[in-house]
Design a protein around this ligand. Sequence first.
Ligand code: NAD
Length: 243
Amino acid sequence: MNRLEGRTAVVTGAAGGIGSAVCRRLASEGARVVATDIAVEAVMELAREVGGLGRMLDVTDPAAAAALAAELGEVDVLVNNAGWDRVMHFLETTPEHWEKVLRLNLFSQISVSHAFARGMAERRRGRIVNIASDAGKVGSSGETVYAAAKGGVIAFTKSLARELARDNVNVNCVCPGPTETAFLDVFEGERGQNILEGMRRAVPLRRFATPDDVAGAVAYLASDDAAYLTGQAISVDGGLVMS
Ligand SMILES: NC(=O)c1ccc[n+]([C@@H]2O[C@H](COP(=O)([O-])OP(=O)(O)OC[C@H]3O[C@@H](n4cnc5c(N)ncnc54)[C@H](O)[C@@H]3O)[C@@H](O)[C@H]2O)c1
């Protein structure tokens, strides 16, 4: 399939489990991929592998996102994927934790979208795909603040989709369920493993997602096959959340 031939796609958090699978998938469908992350060496290696560009981008730095948008010029697809969490009971969290989780999971997607959306609107062509989470739809014990941030991503996606629809820019989000990446290491110790096992048993398809499962949904949303979808929050979770 060459559904993304001639399109330039920027992916944040591209060195991670889901981000690297997204870059490989978009490149395999013909896109010119700009892989960005704070893990510079890993992202440069990935960019070489997929025949794209690699760039250092800290998604919490709006000026850096704006500078990258100015440098790249025409960008057709933005995948806001970078994210972070640490599992903690809400009563153990601190203002520093709230600040970090909201900055990395919500502020970052707002700021990077702001940097790239104007050019898309001016060219009247663009796709923004935000990686949210099922936690943002139904909540998640031990991830209270993260769930609030991801719920914010879903609401942000819907509102931005409404505003940019007249400019032919579609904005959607993918809500992964538990996905086999380093991210699951946040479920530490016996308590964390018990939570994970409970979730695995609750998944109707009886397994966690692979990064490729998520990447397939992102590629679809970036392609013309999804031309009539905007403002959607699509769960990729083996049926864990049906809404
Ligand atoms: N894995 C899961 O179970 C799961 C479930 C639901 C949602 N998600 C979401 O999927 C996305 C990708 O997660 P993943 O599982 O691939 O995690 P991951 O830990 O494998 O990758 C995250 C990437 O983000 C990068 N990153 C961290 N801080 C950054 C910053 N300030 N600027 C730029 N990049 C930064 C990291 O270097 C890393 O490469 C995240 O938004 C996460 O919230 C993951």
